[in-house]
Design a protein around this ligand. Structure first.
Ligand code: ATP
Ligand code: LTN
Length: 334
């Protein structure tokens, strides 16, 4: 990058939608890695409320979900003293850069996004914003000169598109944006629904028995894992295409205990003990998060204060990058 200060540490950015309750997939695929990154890199995390609006939302529910998700991120270990945590709509630069991104991405590129195909197939009302969603996501990332974007596997295609948009913009207008890399974890990148292990665990799919929510009662979590769909061949082996249910349990156990799924499989010859150990590992992962959350939820003024500080810090970075992009395309300074 010409003319900009050389960063000593990498800049990390990621986002999560307040589109429903935080679940185990979000935690293992994304949030846990953010908690690690904040100790080594200049880390910025965002509750992407504007993204949630791409599907119809009840206003009161969205408000509550935004507060709850922010508090849950803090309870999961994001520390506003060492990372920047904010709400997307508090930083208007996101919506503004998104317009420049929409003018840079092609209709054909957006049409190829599998998340749009999946979500539009499931919805009665398909907003224009659901279609242009990846342009807003590219704006989120590029606004912070981001080097690395830690996400779950489902975001791989959106990340590739953000890289293509950055490259095209730089090619057209001269070097403006850092081209980011995706960072997808080895274990936990794609936690599947416990009842339907060929579909990813998701906030917005109604699957109460198949989804482990971070705030579920611990005994319900145990019950859901013990009832998880497996198969009838009785062999414990990591083989996602032929044994999706068992492989999902192994991935969850591996991610919660810091091993690979293959390592986690060693020593099991029956599903019962595998389920019991997976349930225990998940419960022990979530227990401390739940207890920190209940303290944070008691003090909403404090989390609002921390989010306001986060938004202020985010704007200090985003403002100059937006100005750079505005100037590059030929908009007059204001
Ligand atoms: P929605 O169902 O509304 O699309 P979601 O559950 O997919 O929501 P997001 O807010 O879109 O959650 O994603 C937040 C982060 O969690 C992203 O980095 C995403 O890749 C990751 N993630 C989401 N679902 C899973 C999953 N099942 N396994 C691993 N990571 C996941
Ligand atoms: N599209 C993502 C959420 C998201 C995001 C981002 C992730 C919005 N902006 C920027 C990483 C970086 C999702 O649906 N999981």
């Amino acid at each position: 990058m010409p003319g900009y200060a050389v960063a000593l540490v990498a800049r990390v950015f990621s986002g999560i939608q307040p589109s429903g309750a935080l679940h185990l997939g979000n935690l293992l695929g994304a949030v846990r890695n953010w908690v690690e990154d904040q100790h080594t890199d200049d880390s910025i995390f965002c509750v992407v409320d504007l993204h949630a609006l791409t599907v119809p939302q009840d206003p009161a529910t969205l408000r509550t979900a935004t507060v709850q998700l922010s508090q849950l991120l803090m309870a999961s270990g994001l520390d506003p003293a060492i990372c920047t945590l904010f709400v997307q709509s508090h930083v208007p630069e996101h919506a503004e850069l998104s317009w420049l991104m929409e003018c840079t991405v092609s209709f054909g590129e957006l049409r190829r996004m599998t998340q749009f195909k999946d979500k539009s197939d499931r919805s009665e009302f398909v907003s224009a914003a659901l279609f242009t969603y990846p342009a807003l996501m590219a704006a989120d990332i590029l606004l912070y000169d981001t080097d690395r974007v830690p996400v779950g596997d489902d975001q791989r295609q959106h990340l590739e598109l953000a890289r293509d948009i950055a490259g095209r913009f730089n090619g057209r207008y001269g070097d403006t944006f850092v081209v980011p890399e995706a960072a997808i974890p080895r274990a936990g990148a794609r936690v599947m629904d416990l009842q339907n292990p060929t579909a990813k665990m998701s906030k917005s799919l109604e699957s109460p028995l198949g989804t482990v929510y971070v705030l579920d009662e611990l005994r319900d979590i145990e019950r859901k894992i013990k009832r998880a769909v497996t198969d009838t061949d009785g062999e414990v082996r990591y083989d996602p295409s032929n044994k999706p249910g068992v492989s999902n349990l192994l991935s969850i156990l591996a991610a919660c205990t810091g091993r690979s799924p293959e390592e986690a499989a060693a020593g099991y010859s029956q599903y019962g003990p595998l389920k019991a150990d997976t349930a225990e590992a998940v419960v022990e992962t979530l227990r401390p998060i739940q207890s920190r959350y209940s303290e944070l939820a008691d003090d909403p003024a404090e989390s609002a204060r921390l989010l306001a500080i986060g938004a202020e810090r985010a704007r200090e970075v985003a403002g100059p990058v937006l100005d750079r992009a505005r100037a590059a395309v030929g908009l007059l300074p204001r």
